[in-house]
Design a protein around this ligand. Structure first.
Ligand SMILES: Nc1ncnc2c1ncn2[C@@H]1O[C@H](COP(=O)(O)OP(=O)(O)O)[C@@H](O)[C@H]1O
Ligand SMILES: O=C(CO)[C@H](O)[C@H](O)COP(=O)(O)O
Length: 419
């Protein structure tokens, strides 16, 4: 039997089929323009296209499917599961106007007290005209899974963290219930746990087994952590995708909205960390992937760039500076593209190192090794700069693709294998 993991990242969707031993049997991709990442029609097309791209002989043996989305990408649906408005993406900060109201209700420095948290987004959406048609609040991964299993309003405690779900006591906190928002908040289950079998019409349409189970999902950066094989306190994964996301596995939970720091539950341990708006999307604004590869090789690592940027696409960051008004700093810009890239990579390496120092200062376990996921993992020059800043072991991970981690989540969810 096989297991399917589907990753809905920032720059596209990817699917991986694995066997019980974790061997990859098929990998398919559906890239999209960044302008399409906020269209639910594009998400549905991507999901169905990925299913069609998997060889039919493999599809017939898929026993479980799980989907990860970008964290805090959220939407409202009507009673039939139809979106009533456009989704709000992971880094959408329009909910900042609701922070003051929430500060009077939520505990100090709670994860939801961030301009991009799912709860401030929900409060903002509740003021929009479309809210009158809304019945369900869903995360991207929840809605995509709903398309396959047909049950509305089910999420996982990774995606639900930024909605304010209490992942220690597995319930919504009283202060959140007192908000009395007239909407169905999702029923929250364990990531990877089986939710339901495929809808018969989906099984028939895509040549999948009718008893194929759809499992609760996770977020893209947690999926990458699971993929990496990191498992001990002090192990960390930096996702160098469109965004820079840090996860440091710790015995201690760390929560501090002042810095955009929160902790996801992973078994009996905590994934302390945060997600910055800096990262590959800023690089892609100036360089193609081919230029990144070419110019990175020309960087002289013996020299510092002498540049100190805070690379952002637009105003606002989430972590380690949680400030929706933080301006990008990309000046002075050298004429030589190699020098400019040197400054960008070096500056992001410094932001990463500062962020790990902050996590440890606030109580997370001591950083011991850092695995790297995402498009930037392939950049040896960047890895060397980062190693210089981090001064820890940076092992190469055979697999850090989020889709692979999500496939492992599906397998472990239905096979109860030892992880
Ligand atoms: N050689 C490279 N060096 C640094 N960054 C790279 C390189 N190649 C690709 N990237 C970056 O990786 C990002 C895409 O990585 P990916 O993990 O697919 O992103 P996401 O999951 O966020 O969609 C792009 O923003 C791109 O700029
Ligand atoms: O930046 C992002 C998109 O890639 C997401 O915010 C990322 O998933 C981090 O969120 P989490 O730590 O909850 O997974």
């Amino acid at each position: 039997m096989f297991y399917l993991g589907i990753d809905f990242g920032t720059s596209g969707a990817r699917a991986v089929v694995i066997d019980f031993e974790g061997n990859i049997l098929s990998e398919v991709r559906y890239p999209w323009e960044m302008s399409n990442q906020g269209k639910t029609t594009c998400w549905q097309t991507a999901l169905f296209t990925l299913l069609e791209q998997i060889p039919s002989e493999l599809r017939l043996k898929i026993k479980a499917i799980a989907i990860n989305g970008t964290s805090s990408t959220v939407m409202l649906c009507d009673a039939a599961g139809k979106p009533v408005d456009a989704p709000l993406l992971y880094n959408d900060a329009r909910g900042a106007v609701m922070l003051e109201r929430l500060q009077n209700v939520a505990p100090a420095n709670h994860t939801v007290l961030s301009a991009t948290s799912s709860l401030v987004k929900l409060l903002w959406m509740s003021l929009q005209p479309s809210f009158t048609e809304a019945k369900y609040f869903m995360h991207q991964a929840d809605w995509l899974a709903f398309l396959l299993h047909g049950e509305l309003g089910i999420s996982d405690y990774h995606n639900a963290l930024k909605l304010g779900y209490d992942v220690e006591n597995f319930r919504y906190p009283e202060w959140l219930e007192e908000l009395q928002i007239p909407i169905h908040l999702p029923k929250v289950v364990t990531p990877g746990s089986a939710i339901a079998q495929l809808l018969p019409e989906i099984a028939a349409k895509f040549g999948l087994r009718e008893d194929c189970l759809v499992c609760a999902g996770t977020t893209d950066s947690i999926a990458a952590f699971i993929a990496s094989g990191a498992k001990l306190p002090g192990d960390a994964v930096t996702s160098l995708g469109s965004t820079l996301v840090l996860k440091l596995l710790s015995r201690t939970r760390v929560e501090d909205a002042r810095y955009g720091i929160y902790s996801h539950r992973l078994g009996d341990l905590w994934l302390t960390g945060g997600a910055s708006n800096t990262g590959g999307a800023v690089l892609r604004q100036f360089f193609t992937d081919a230029e990144l590869e070419k110019y990175s090789r020309e960087i002289d690592l013996e020299e510092e760039s002498g540049l100190d940027y805070y690379p952002l696409l637009k105003i606002g960051d989430r972590f380690p500076i949680n400030d929706p008004n933080l301006p990008p700093r990309l000046e002075p810009r050298p004429d030589n593209p190699v020098e400019f890239l040197h400054g960008l990579l070096e500056s992001m390496a410094r932001i990463e190192a500062r962020a790990y120092e902050l996590l440890q200062r606030l109580g997370a376990d001591k950083l011991k090794r850092v695995y790297t996921a995402g498009g930037g993992a392939a950049n040896d020059t960047w890895t060397a700069m980062r190693a210089e800043c981090l001064q820890v072991d940076m092992p190469y991970s055979v697999n850090t693709q989020a889709a692979y981690g999500t496939a492992l989540l599906a397998m472990r969810g239905v096979e109860k294998v030892k992880s």
